[in-house]
Write a protein that binds this ligand. Structure first.
Ligand code: UDX
Length: 466
């Protein structure tokens, strides 16, 4: 089938390459010439495991091309996928839909024949209906463009796998023809047994924000339990393990620590709250404000723990932050909890070094005041405190004995509860973590809740990739 993928950011680049990989004739479209040129040469503008291979294969097959022209896109596509970003509006919680609207406005007048426009971006419920009317007003006489919604659930770091082997496909359509077209697009996945849920557009739009709200709530739930554990001297990791054995709850997304960040979860729960308020049902999702608040509080609690670990004053103290990206296997630093903490430590006067295997260039751009490097030993040299804030697998492979010879003081805060604390303690380290009691021979955390409400400014917003 002839497909276009409009918007070749994170979501679009992966979708375009994967659709070509399963046999479609794909035209990727973006307003950014540099991005288009890079992709056409097989270079991905961001770090995503496995994407380079799929892109190279798709380009070599001749089934993937790129353009900046929406006119060319209109001529090419039987199905047009809209994959542009829907960032948070400046000064508001709501989603900014200007890029989605611009795609429709640029495409509709050039459509040569009836076709299907499929939104993949995360949007406020009701967007499909609004865009249907917008396209109808702009398309040439006699041309009917149906709009459908097919939300994308891919995770950074697993984007290729999630696109080729998704947990489920959800499509929101208004006609049988649109449903049949989308079944044809995704035929290889359907043959492989991927569950396919065909519904109305509003339900499809809601599935995405509901899924992200649920995931965010699960993380904030366990982080709230971590706060209770700190007050009660209990252990949140054992608590999560025990909860996770209940198959109704499940262990995934119960990793307590610094909380969630990135370009999706934080902005999506805020946009959902804003949309629910518009619909007059703000009270139904008011709990998401708490989810957001609990999440932000973990950053402040981590800074407080750092302050306490160096004796109450961070001024002039050499601190090393391990991890800058919002999660491992990504170079994305948008709303990164790790960087927010690093910046807050810097504001309190600490001499901060940040290490990240893939994100140090992006981290430097977002926070030029921080010293970021991709060399671990350089970053740790002379440190009085180490904070492990993004759980890259290579940090689990570090030898704590060797590292203790490089730092000035062997003190570690594990902000992701992902390191082997016993091993580090055996190597002479003092180890602290949110929601974990310290052993009797180590000072107890005993973090008093109210004293930890330090305000941390939100980190600089980066380009939207979802
Ligand atoms: C998320 C959704 O998972 C995905 O379905 C959607 O399409 C886009 O948003 P992503 O932003 O790639 O994907 O990251 P995800 O793996 O969900 O992690 C989000 C954040 O939550 C990260 O900062 C991660 O460190 C944090 N997290 C995750 C926790 O703090 N604890 C956990 O147990 C899991």
């Amino acid at each position: 089938m002839r497909l276009t993928v409009i918007g070749t950011g994170y979501l679009g680049a992966v979708h375009a390459a994967c659709m070509a990989d399963i046999g479609h004739d794909v035209l990727g479209v973006d307003v950014d010439t540099e991005k288009i040129d890079a992709l056409a040469e097989g270079r991905t503008p961001f770090y995503e495991p496995g994407l380079d291979d799929v892109l190279t294969r798709a380009l070599a097959s001749g089934r993937l091309r790129f353009t900046t022209s929406l006119r060319e896109a209109a001529a090419h596509g039987e199905v047009h996928f809209v994959c542009v970003g829907t960032p948070q509006q400046a000064g508001s919680q709501a989603a900014d839909l200007r890029y989605v609207d611009a795609v429709v406005d640029g495409l509709a007048p050039h459509l040569p024949a009836s076709c299907l426009v499929v939104g993949k971006s995360t949007v406020p419920v009701g967007t499909t209906g609004r865009l249907t009317a917008r396209i109808a007003g702009l398309a040439p006489a006699g041309v009917r463009a149906e709009v459908a919604w097919n939300p994308e659930f891919l995770r950074e770091g697993f984007a290729v796998e999630d696109t080729l082997r998704p947990d489920r496909l959800v499509v929101g359509v208004t006609s049988r023809e649109a449903d049949a077209t989308l079944r044809q697009v995704y035929a290889p996945m359907l043959e492989a047994g991927v569950p396919y849920i065909s519904t109305d557009p509003s339900t499809a739009e809601l599935v995405k924000v509901a899924a992200n709200s649920f995931l965010a709530t699960k993380i904030s739930f366990i982080n709230a339990m971590a706060e209770v554990c700190d007050a009660a001297g209990a252990d949140v990791v054992t608590l999560a393990d025990a909860l996770g054995h209940d198959t109704r709850i499940g262990r995934r997304f119960l990793n307590a620590g610094l909380g969630f960040g990135g370009g999706c979860l934080p902005k999506d729960i805020r946009a959902f709250t804003a949309r629910a308020q518009e619909l007059g049902v703000g009270a139904a999702v008011a709990f998401l404000d708490q989810v957001d608040e609990i999440n932000q509080r973990q950053r402040a609690r981590t800074v407080a723990l750092a302050r306490q670990a160096v004796g109450g004053d961070l001024t002039g103290r050499r601190v090393t932050v391990l991890g800058a990206t919002f999660k491992p296997n990504s170079d994305d630093v948008r709303d990164s909890p790790a960087l927010a903490v690093a910046a807050a430590l810097h504001r309190e006067g600490a001499d901060v070094r940040v290490h990240d295997p893939e994100g140090s260039a992006n981290a430097r751009r977002a926070h030029p005041e921080l010293r970021c490097t991709d060399d671990l030993l350089t970053a740790c040299q002379g440190a009085e405190l180490l904070l492990h804030l993004t759980e890259w697998s290579q940090y689990r492979e570090v030898d704590p004995v060797k590292l203790s010879r490089v730092v000035r003081e062997p003190v570690l805060i594990d902000g992701r509860n992902a390191l082997a604390h016993e091993e580090w303690r055996a190597a002479g380290w003092t180890v602290e973590a949110l929601g974990r009691p310290a052993p009797a021979d180590q000072p107890q955390t005993g973090l008093p809740h109210e004293a930890l409400r330090t305000t941390i400014a939100a980190p600089a917003a980066g380009p939207d990739r979802s």
